[in-house]
Design a protein around this ligand. Structure first.
Ligand code: MTE
Length: 318
């Protein structure tokens, strides 16, 4: 084993050991039934896996989300990805994103804020203490995962940049660099990738800016060095590799709204009762499981977020 490889494995071991400790202390819930149902893709030593993707994490298999569902295996989380800037082939992202330069990196803060300006990823790491959040992620395509993120509430950043009273929405922009992002040659999509949230959604405690996954820094395929995670919405809202954040008055038009307005709305709340025009949203395939399971309104976070949409028609506002 090379020294390099040893370095890659250590964080996973540490993660798993820390988790074992928490579990013993009763801090993390375990469900034997779901544990048994949890499956991993076979792990083959020496296979051409992505950087840091070489360590199975057997003891972390006992961890669950708030509903008792086990974590999706680390190798699935880092090798089955949607990142269209590289390719539309989920299993091809890993290879094409290898060598992606996520350092140096800065996020430009602008629009209707008191404190605009660039903030480097180092400053972000220094200023905001990260915490772990185990969230379900439900892709609009009908698959889902349970992922342990390291991140901090987007609300913390908002408190610092101070939106002006006219600001109603937050708009996020991903990196645009066709030289290093081969998928941006695909002219079907109006690059760069844009997403947005209403300001009250952005302030909600579940809205996370993530810098890590499974106890270590984000890998390129998962949106290094910083991405959004909004667990009650379809995965496409969770924009990766953010370079720009603006506070705005008008509802932002996302890449998906612009490319297929009849298929993708601004809200994109997980809603098994509202089908995608081309497929049902009633069920989903949890990666690592064989059969499909029912999808949950707001991806199972209904109690936490339903008040945000109290007076809204969720069919119209899809
Ligand atoms: N962000 C950017 N910039 N580009 C993308 O193609 N895909 C989205 C979202 N964020 C995407 C993105 C979709 S469709 C999903 S389901 C999630 O990222 C997937 O995140 P993951 O690959 O880390 O599981």
């Amino acid at each position: 084993m090379s020294e390099n490889m040893r370095d890659e494995i250590t964080p996973h071991k540490r993660y798993a050991t820390r988790k074992e400790f928490l579990k013993t202390m009763g801090v993390v819930g375990v469900s034997a039934a779901v544990l048994a149902a949890c499956q991993k893709k076979p792990f083959i030593v020496g296979e051409d896996l992505p950087a840091s993707g070489t360590a199975p994490v057997p003891s972390s298999m006992g961890l669950t989300d708030d509903l008792g569902d086990p974590l999706t295996s680390y190798d699935n989380v880092i090798s089955y990805n949607n990142f269209y800037e590289f390719t539309t082939d989920k299993e091809g992202v890993v290879k094409l994103s290898r060598g992606f330069q996520s350092s140096p990196w800065a996020v430009e803060i602008g629009g209707l804020v008191e404190n605009p300006g660039p903030i480097s990823i180092e400053e972000i790491r220094e200023r905001y203490t990260t915490e772990e959040r185990i969230y379900r992620m439900r892709c609009v395509e009908g698959w889902s995962m349970v992922i342990p993120w390291q991140g901090f509430p987007l609300a913390r950043l908002l408190e610092d940049i101070k939106p002006k009273p006219e600001a109603k929405y937050i708009r996020f922009e991903s990196i645009y660099d066709p030289k290093s992002l081969p998928g941006q040659a695909n002219k079907y999509f109006p690059w760069p990738y844009i997403e947005g949230l209403r300001l009250d959604e952005a302030y909600h405690d579940l809205s996370l800016l993530a810098t890590g996954i499974y106890g270590e820094d984000l890998l390129p395929q998962n949106g290094a060095p910083i991405r959004l995670v909004v667990p009650w919405k379809y995965g496409f809202k969770s924009i990766k590799s953010i370079v720009k954040i603006d506070l705005v008055e008008e509802m932002p038009v996302s890449l998906w709204m612009e490319s297929a307005p009849n298929e993708y709305g601004f809200y994109a709340n997980v809603n098994p009762g509202v089908d995608h025009p081309r497929w049902s949203q009633a069920t989903e395939r949890r990666i690592g499981e064989l059969s499909r399971r029912p999808s949950l309104l707001f991806n199972g976070y209904e109690k936490e977020v339903k008040d945000l949409y109290a007076d809204m028609d969720l069919v119209k506002n899809f």
